[in-house]
Design a binder for this molecule. Structure first.
Ligand code: NDP
Ligand code: PYR
Ligand code: MG
Length: 761
């Protein structure tokens, strides 16, 4: 018997008390409602409520489509249940289903930025339920039915689909079927099986099971190779007990009468029934390399530990978050609705479901970004038996699935709004999840139009190689991989990265024909700074930063990115030995902080420890220049602890002096100071200083010293929930960016793109 595979053990687990405490802490439950418009003044009230609200009322009455413009309808989904099949816990009633439904609502928001509210309907009468829901159409862009038992759910869903002109989607049926089908496609691929000859047993013949079987049949699975079982055993042709029309449609021609008999020799088993329904004996009797999806929640039909004790050749999946291979509809419903809402689809049809299946299955075969690795305690999943389906925290899901769904909706004519720029739509989707993505999206786009050759100075490191691959994949230009070829190749092999693709070039410093030219260049720069020729030789031969920076200086690359293996200031010193400041400029670091829809540039976060007044003025100019280049008209605040002389103190003197210097320079951007951070950032507080020259809250903050710059950006990140990019190096004559040590691949590729942009994209 094999040992329990360590990877099969739950990676997280919770006690009952922890689960109760989690739901009770703070405000009870898991969601609240927040207004999206200001409600601070009499005027706000007049606009939001009477009399202003009458205007959109009349507009909607005249043209119902404008409800998508003036109300939250277009982004709002109701999660509706009567609690008759709560997970695998059975019929525990409407009220008890509320924690699950609140949970589904927050998952809609968290994963796809869909607003959602849970509605628990206290009836088991099918007609009453339908009547309750059918009149709710005006409130929502879509209806997600949840945990309603079979066969009632089939009647309810099909009647509501007829009655309503918005998508009605029973998640336990179709959400589950989509994810299970995607996982199955990949598991079949990994075990070398063909869809048409594989034998599958599905235990459970309720909502989820019937939908799974229908979808995989629609995708080409041979109907004769599927056996369904329920509490009465095999659903065979001619059975009368415990039957309904949905079960009959899938009744098998077979002599098997029990689950145990059906499972003998089966290739695949789906569990959509109840905890513990699969025995060791059943699992043992399956074919070689069996595929076991034990999807009952919260406890599967058999646990991965139990399977590992029985055999070591199985591909195992469950519905839980704490085992590998989570086959759970959370991977589907947020994104499927996102795509459907964005094209104002009237329904979610089979083409949209199959498009989601394919997009999901394909995503699992691609290289996984660091954000996913971070969410999974440093384990990098790779396509294989332990990773057949993307993980819920995969940030790529938000752009991959909705695009596929929206395209299918448009193609099949159920979209009421057509998206023509799908690439733009994909970028918008990423921005819903990741504020950096939207800020950097246009920068990436500009780089794509004029791709650049960027040298990745630490290409022997795995995350740097991944970033380089991503740089090439995103068609930003050529990634020049600097390092020892054998080490780069070894790292690539370990990471499963194919180096033989366009856009990746290895630069082997040892055998480069440019070495002599680089040494001559460096020696000419350093000979009067105490360096011998052999020092220049040593720096070029042994130090990647000097080699890379010299490549850029001599035009063999357009830009460079480094910083993973050295601390920031050391890397900067290395670069400065090879590259000067741009004539008339000062080298500084600017960090971009993105917080609650606001972007603020903070400077100097990298170079000047205690800047003089002259240096502060330079910093203001450089930071304003960067803001402008990135598309933000700069409003620069020179910060201090005091505001316009109060409280007085000599530490603010330098800042006041810097403002006077800017006055003399007649710079062409808005600036003012000295001022405290709240004055700079809060319009109301700023209004107390009517003479302040800023036309609105500042978007460039010049800090009085390095320590305040560093402390405040880190506090913003940790306490304010801001995303901080940078420091971005500004003022160098060539495009060089330095990441922080230990940066993730996504951070490195952002810095490479910023370098490429700085190189003149
Ligand atoms: N991983 C995921 O994403 C999802 C998992 N599920 C899980 O699937 C299960 C079923 O949910 P759902 O379809 O909504 O519920 P339903 O109530 O609609 O269906 C339950 C089905 O399971 C059958 N069943 C129950 N116990 C057994 C058993 N011991 N042996 C054989 N069959 C059994 C019932 O048989 P009978 O018809 O004879 O009563 C019925 O056909 C739940 O555990 C749920 O958590 C559901 C949706 C998503
Ligand atoms: C995941 C889910 O929807 C269920 O188990 O019912
Ligand atoms: Mg459910």
């Amino acid at each position: 018997m094999p040992d329990i595979d360590k990877k099969d053990r739950p990676t997280t687990s919770v006690t009952d008390q922890e689960a109760l405490d989690f739901h009770a802490m703070g405000r009870p439950g898991k969601l609240e409602i927040n207004p999206t418009k200001p409600m601070a003044t009499q005027r706000d009230l007049s606009l939001a409520y009477s009399p202003g609200v009458a205007v959109p009322v009349k507009a909607i009455a005249a043209d119902p489509q404008t409800a998508y413009d003036y109300t939250a309808r277009g982004n709002m989904v109701a999660v509706i249940s009567n609690g008759t099949a709560i997970l695998g816990l059975g019929n525990l009633g409407a009220l008890a289903s509320k924690p699950v439904m609140e949970g589904k609502s927050v998952l809609f928001k968290r994963f796809a930025d869909v607003d959602s509210i849970d509605l628990e309907i206290d009836t088991e009468n099918v007609d009453e339920f339908i009547n309750c829901v059918r009149f709710l159409g005006p409130s929502f862009g879509g209806i997600n039915l949840e945990d309603i038992k079979a066969p009632d759910c089939f009647v309810i869903e099909s009647r509501l689909r007829e009655l309503m002109d918005i998508p009605v989607f029973h998640d336990d049926q179709h959400g589950t079927a989509i994810i299970a089908a995607a996982g199955l496609i990949n598991a079949l691929e990994l075990t070398g099986r063909d869809l048409k000859t594989t034998k599958l047993v599905c235990n459970g013949a309720g909502a989820a099971a019937i939908a799974c079987v229908e979808l995989i049949k629609a995708m080409g699975f041979a109907p004769d190779n599927i056996i369904l079982c329920d509490t009465k055993g095999v659903i065979y042709q001619g059975r009368t007990e415990g039957m309904n029309q949905w079960k009959s449609a899938h009744a098998a021609k077979t002599d098997a009468r029990t689950l145990e008999e059906a499972m003998k020799g089966a290739d695949v088993i789906f569990g959509l029934s109840q905890k513990g329904a699969f025995s060791a004996k059943m699992i043992r009797s399956m074919a070689d390399r069996p595929i076991i999806f034990a999807m009952a929640n919260p406890d599967p039909e058999i646990t991965p530990e139990e399977v590992a004790r029985i055999r070591d050749d199985a591909i195992m999946a469950t519905g839980r978050s704490d085992y590998p291979n989570q086959v759970n509809n959370v991977l589907g419903f947020p994104y499927i609705f996102r795509g459907a809402l964005d094209v104002r689809a009237s329904t979610i049809n089979d083409a949209m479901k199959i498009a989601a299946v394919k997009a999901l299955a394909n995503l699992a075969r691609e290289d996984v970004p660091d954000d996913v690795v971070a969410a999974y305690q440093g384990n990098r999943p790779r396509f294989g038996a332990q990773y057949i389906i993307p993980v819920p925290f995969d940030p790529r899901l938000i752009s991959a699935i909705p695009v596929a769904v929206a395209e299918a909706a448009i193609e099949t004519g159920v979209a009421r709004k057509v998206i023509t720029d799908m690439a733009g739509y994909a970028r918008e989707l990423s921005a819903r999840r990741d504020p950096i993505a939207s800020t950097l999206a246009s920068l990436y786009e500009r780089v794509r139009r004029r791709p650049k050759r960027i040298v990745f100075a630490e290409a022997e490191e795995e995350q740097v190689l991944r970033a380089a691959l991503s740089y090439a994949n995103q068609e930003l230009g050529t990634a020049l991989l600097l390092g020892r070829e054998d080490l780069i190749r070894a790292t690539a092999e370990r990471a499963g990265i194919d180096l033989n693709r366009p856009g990746l070039e290895i630069v082997n410093a040892r055998i480069s024909t440019r070495v002599e030219a680089y040494i001559d260049y460096l020696y000419a720069r350093l000979q009067r700074k105490g360096y011998l020729h052999r020092d220049a030789q040593r720096l070029i031969h042994n130090d990647r930063n000097h080699f890379a920076a010299t490549m850029v200086a001599l035009g063999d690359a357009d830009g460079m990115v480094t910083g993973i293996t050295r601390n920031y200031s050391t890397a900067l010193e290395d670069v400065r030995r090879c590259i000067d400041a741009k004539p008339g400029h000062r080298v500084i670091g600017v960090s971009l902080a993105l917080c609650r829809g606001r972007t603020v540039f903070v400077a100097d976060t990298a170079v000047h420890d205690m800047p003089s007044a002259e240096e502060l003025a330079d910093i203001a100019e450089e930071a304003a220049g960067l803001a402008r280049r990135m598309g933000y008209p700069p409003r620069v605040a020179l910060l201090a602890y005091s505001t316009f002389g109060h409280p007085s103190g000599e530490r603010s003197e330098r800042v006041r002096e810097a403002v006077k210097i800017l006055d003399k320079r007649r710079v062409e951007f808005e600036y003012d100071g000295e001022m405290a951070a709240d004055v700079a950032l809060n319009r109301k507080v700023m209004e107390q200083y009517p003479f302040c020259r800023l036309s609105g809250p500042a978007n460039v903050l010049v800090m009085p010293a390095f320590h305040s710059a560093s402390i405040s950006t880190k506090m913003l990140q940790e306490l304010g929930g801001s995303t901080v990019i940078g420091p971005i190096l500004v003022g160098l004559d060539k495009a060089v960016q330095i990441t922080s040590m230990g940066a993730k691949d996504s951070d490195i590729v952002n810095m490479a793109a910023i370098a490429a942009y700085g190189a003149g994209s």
